[in-house]
Design a protein around this ligand. Sequence first.
Ligand code: P6P
Length: 338
Amino acid sequence: HAADAHRTDLMTITRFVLNEQTKHPESRGDFSILLSHIVLGCKFVCTAVNKAGLAKLLGLAGETNVQGEDQKKLDVLSNEVFIKALVSSGRTSILVSEEDEEATFVEPAKRGKYCVVFDPLDGSSNIDCGVSIGTIFGIYMIKDGHEPTLDDVLQPGKNMLAAGYCMYGSSCTLVLSTGSGVNGFTLDPSLGEFILTHPDIKIPKKGKIYSVNEGNAKNWDGPTTKYVQSCKYPTDGSSPKSLRYIGSMVADVHRTLLYGGIFLYPGDKKSPNGKLRVLYEVFPMSFLMEQAGGQAFTGKQRALDLVPEKIHERAPIFLGSYDDVEEIKNLYAAEEKN
Ligand code: P6P
């Protein structure tokens, strides 16, 4: 009974990562321990996000909660949970969070060999209307043997060992790559475990959806304008693409990964580097797209080749189905020639 076997073969994210680890005999389980702390943070945020509406109802999200403490905003709370979980893992040396202006350097006694860059609650402006939001993270290995410095996190995205996101929506889904493909896990609240539900995710080679904030069209450059035009008025006889834009990166990227298509946050006249942050939005999502057979481009280069100079710098991003991104790469290349 294959179905029964499937039901009883509960592949949890912990087991999955341990299996992965057997491929790296040299590793001493540090990565599995680090990941288990990231997973703990995601579980906490999942329950907190799901209660957010109720918390408002119960007045907990007002100025003070029942203990008379100032109720923290969910993204501030999530950030504190992740920072504490990552420091207590004893496997990290530097943490970069969207919520903190400066990087966190872990005290020597608790240092480990990894750096984690993360956005604890991306899209948090969407919480009050119930739109899916998420945690995005990337993991680097610190450069060998010296005092950790910012250089350990200002590495190109291609040096990441792992990247992933956890989407808090109708279900809590964690999508992860450790460099050999992409796998999706869904939280089973009754077990408190992330179960493998989307093994070996591959993005369709070409999609029928484009995802961009058309409200910025006035400021777009030539190639982006031409590309979006070709989505709406195709000249090769194909049917127009559909526009789907949620305005929450994790949700837009998750749909793109599963259904195919392209997600764009271009640079424009007002903000030449676009809006999305390199370390903890562009790199992790680009890493996942490449691992799933897609690609990610900044308008100038392969996104993962970019070398960041500042921990919160931004970059334009075009990511998704291989063929769709190839089209916009060709338009930028043609512009270069002129
Ligand atoms: P815009 C959310 O605020 C966010 O950082 C991403 O999650 C999302 O993709 C983007 O900004 C949406 O930006 O300018 O279209 O509202």
